[in-house]
Design a protein. Structure first.
Length: 485
């Protein structure tokens, strides 16, 4: 007995009336989904919240993808994908977390929100998302922002032109070049913000971009109103993200101010980027990395922190020949004035020089409290004449020699004539101190700084040196000692 072959033809339905209404409705919905140009958005849901990290399921998104998390009140909170583990996706909110309940919907965004760039940003204050904070209305106009391009290091124009920052000690003794990246190392309360404000007001750059990352909220307004002032804000763009912002917001603020500086560099302008501070940027990345389970390495900092810093810093610098430049100053906090801090040590290795602010000089009333002996500009030999370089090195040597023998000189134990270099350091020290000290309300152009450097190292018969108060005090101490013997 042979079996009959089964027919391969599907049963034919003669009329739609023979299909049950429930199945017909479902087929019509499937047909409407299939006719869409793009598939429906896949949404996830929040399953867990630990610290600042949200864990969600139902998503298949790449690192850096932006999402919105729905709250109980119907609002949304911006978040970003920072990691994943199997079917779990780790999200980090950009704003403060309020009103998120278990099972909250997570909606992926189609594209990243880009900020428009242009001259309309001058004089404005924005947050890490590019939203205005100054109450002057929306940011209208400008060019559509594009993703930053990586510049081939062999295509960058070499640093060969000095940058006038308006600070005498930096212009004369630590000359900075256009496109240089330099660190400003200091502890808390030694005058970093004041020095940044002086450079903002007195620099000869075309545009100044200031990033206030992780600082106190009170300092933001004080920096804008009292340190920058109307003249400084006229050609500046300020990106502010106070310490109470979420760590992801602080990261975005640092990247945004770098992106703004890159835009003006691409327009052929000489841009000065001032970021306060690089340490707060590293600490924000540390918070994110530890929250998603990355193991700590050096003093609690995960390895990703030490890869993020050069990725951010290397974006500054010169463009191709004939293009613009980004001259960047990054402040680095040294906890307890310890220059061997992991972030300080890492930054010092990748930057083109460092300027150290001394707490002792600040206590003596010397502002800006720049420790010239401990500071260096690595590109200075290539951008200044040989004569200028030799004079700057001699000034640094005299300052170092005086401070090494300061205790002996102060108590009168040093005898004049014992060391000619110490004698010269004693005579010229008042002028060197006067050279470093500068009012925050008065700038010092590069040419003027070089001329004053020549006056300091004039021959010893200069009456300004012989009649200096410290020289007279030294002579009186020597005379008293001679009478005693």
């Amino acid at each position: 007995m042979t079996a009959k072959p089964l027919s391969s033809a599907a049963p034919h339905v003669s009329h739609t009336s023979e299909i049950p209404p429930s199945i017909l409705d479902r087929l019509q919905r499937y047909q409407s989904y299939a006719s869409l140009e793009s598939p429906p958005t896949v949404q996830g849901r929040v399953t867990r919240m630990v610290g600042l990290t949200l864990e969600a399921v139902g998503l298949n998104l790449a690192i850096g993808r932006q999402c919105q998390v729905c709250t109980e009140k119907g609002d949304t909170i911006d978040a970003e994908v920072v990691g994943f583990n199997g079917d779990q996706t780790f999200l980090m909110p950009v704003q403060k977390i309020e009103g998120i309940a278990p099972g909250a919907r997570v909606i992926p965004l189609e594209s990243s929100q880009m900020m428009s760039m242009g001259d309309h940003l001058r004089g404005r204050i924005v947050n890490g998302l590019g939203q205005p904070l100054d109450g002057k209305g929306d940011l209208l106009g400008g060019d559509e922002s594009q993703a930053p391009k990586t510049i081939n290091p062999l295509s960058r124009h070499p640093i060969d032109t000095p940058m006038d920052v308006g600070v005498r000690a930096i212009n004369g003794l630590l000359t900075v070049g256009q496109g240089q990246r330099i660190g400003l190392f200091a502890g808390s309360g030694v005058g970093k913000s004041v020095l940044l404000g002086m450079m903002t007001k007195f620099t000869r750059a075309d545009i100044v971009v200031v990033g206030l990352i992780g600082e106190r909220g009170r300092e933001v307004k004080e920096f804008v109103d009292h340190i920058l002032g109307p003249d400084g804000m006229a050609r500046a763009v300020v990106v502010a993200s106070p310490a109470d912002d979420a760590p992801l917001m602080r990261l975005r603020a640092a990247e945004l101010c770098t992106r703004i500086a890159e835009y003006f560099r691409d327009q052929g302008k000489q841009c000065l980027l001032l970021m306060d501070s690089l340490t707060r940027y590293a600490q924000a990345q540390r918070e994110i990395s530890l929250a998603i389970g990355e193991p700590p390495a050096t003093k609690g900092y995960p390895p990703s922190v030490f890869s993020k810093i050069p990725a951010l810093v290397e974006r500054a610098g010169n463009a191709d020949k004939g293009g613009g430049s980004v001259t960047a100053f990054y402040t680095v906090l040294t906890e307890g004035d310890d220059l061997q801090d992991p972030i300080a040590d890492s930054a010092r290795a990748i930057l083109d020089g460092h300027i150290v602010l001394s707490r002792q000089l600040a206590q003596e009333g010397i502002y800006p409290a720049i420790d010239v002996s401990a500071s260096i500009s690595r590109v200075m030999p290539a951008i200044v004449p040989e004569d200028h370089l030799q004079k700057a090195q001699k000034c640094k040597a005299l300052l170092s020699r005086y401070r090494d023998n300061k205790d002996l000189i102060t108590i009168g134990a040093y005898q004049a004539g014992s060391d000619p270099q110490v004698d010269e350091a004693v005579e010229r020290f008042p002028l060197l101190n006067e050279y470093i000290c500068q009012s925050m309300k008065k700038g010092a152009p590069l040419i003027e700084s070089m001329q004053m450097l020549n006056q300091i190292l004039a021959p010893k018969h200069n009456p300004n040196i012989k009649n200096s108060p410290l020289a007279q005090q030294h002579k009186q101490a020597a005379a008293q000692q001679a009478q005693g013997t």
